[in-house]
Design a protein around this ligand. Structure first.
Ligand SMILES: NC(=O)c1ccc[n+]([C@@H]2O[C@H](COP(=O)([O-])OP(=O)(O)OC[C@H]3O[C@@H](n4cnc5c(N)ncnc54)[C@H](OP(=O)(O)O)[C@@H]3O)[C@@H](O)[C@H]2O)c1
Length: 263
């Protein structure tokens, strides 16, 4: 069976930034395979199909080897070239200092944000090398550019993703495969609530970047072949530039003041 539309995949595409990336790709004529942890991935696929494309939902736990492998196998079994891969799934752990957060939660976050990222990227890289082309988007964070007190382990997982993306991009130069990092600033998804940060400034979504804007910027940068893009408004982009020129202790103090739990 032949397909007119290119195929894209988005991990964590059932809500938040991932769903916006999937929406953008659908709007640009891509069929989309999306993964999610909960059953709502099926509803999200229906939303995408309403945009006139085929959507392929898959429910799996991205914190386990088997869950990551199962989504990749699901995509590979579609039997089509994967033209775009958005490695987006990620969680946070915050709302308390490192002494009080749960080690199991942090190991789970590392499993999703780092181990799972490497796992999916390995499969995607091999598949795209075999087909001689492809575009990869790795969702990092502006947190990659600063220490993140009260999300003490989260920031380093995102710095891992950014550095990994830049290295992979260089290795794949000339292969027909591009790698782009998306670094969103604070964005109005369920992320901070899920990270246990309802008791911080990040508990309020009203001041954050619009996830639709972040999704559009990410996909624009992906198709432009940019090495990275900061997701969000002009102030967010400026904050990233400022971070690059600011000392680590100074940034740690500023970030800590913002993410410290109330009370
Ligand atoms: N929001 C921000 O302020 C912000 C800022 C910078 C970077 N980021 C990054 O952006 C990415 C997306 O975050 P978001 O803001 O869109 O978060 P979100 O609203 O919490 O959405 C997370 C997505 O990942 C899925 N997911 C979570 N745990 C999973 C698991 N164990 N297995 C499979 N799927 C799982 C969720 O599935 P369900 O829908 O089924 O729960 C959902 O689709 C993350 O990598 C995050 O680090 C976010």
């Amino acid at each position: 069976m032949t397909h007119d539309r290119p195929l894209a995949m988005v991990t964590g595409g059932s809500s938040g930034i991932g769903l916006e990336l999937a929406r953008e790709l659908a709007g640009r004529g891509h069929d989309v395979a999306i993964s999610g942890q909960s059953g709502r991935v099926h509803d999200s696929a229906k939303e995408l199909e309403a945009l006139g494309v085929d959507a392929y939902p898959f429910q799996a736990d991205a914190s386990t080897y088997d869950g990551v492998e199962a989504f990749w196998t699901f995509v590979a079994d579609l039997g089509r070239p994967v033209e775009v891969a958005c490695l987006n799934v990620g969680i946070g752990v915050g709302g308390a200092g490192f002494a009080d957060t749960d080690l199991a939660d942090e190991f789970r976050m590392i499993a999703i944000n780092c181990t799972g990222l490497v796992h999916t990227a390995k499969r995607v890289t091999h598949a795209m090398l075999a087909q001689g082309r492809g575009r990869i988007l790795i969702v990092s964070s502006i947190s990659a550019s600063t220490p993140t007190p009260y999300e003490t382990v989260y920031g380093p997982t995102k710095a891992f993703g950014f550095s990994f993306a830049e290295s992979l991009r260089e290795e794949l130069r000339g292969s027909g495969i591009t790698v782009t990092a998306l670094l969103p600033g604070a964005t109005d998804s369920e992320f901070h609530a899920n990270a246990g940060m309802g008791n911080t400034r990040f508990g309020d979504n009203s001041w954050k970047n619009d996830k639709r804007l972040v999704g559009r910027q990410g996909i624009d940068a992906l198709f432009a072949g940019d090495d990275h893009v900061v997701g969000g408004d002009e102030a967010t982009k400026q904050a990233f530039l400022d971070n690059r020129a600011t000392s680590e202790p100074e940034k740690a103090a500023r970030q800590g003041a913002q993410a410290r739990p109330a009370g």
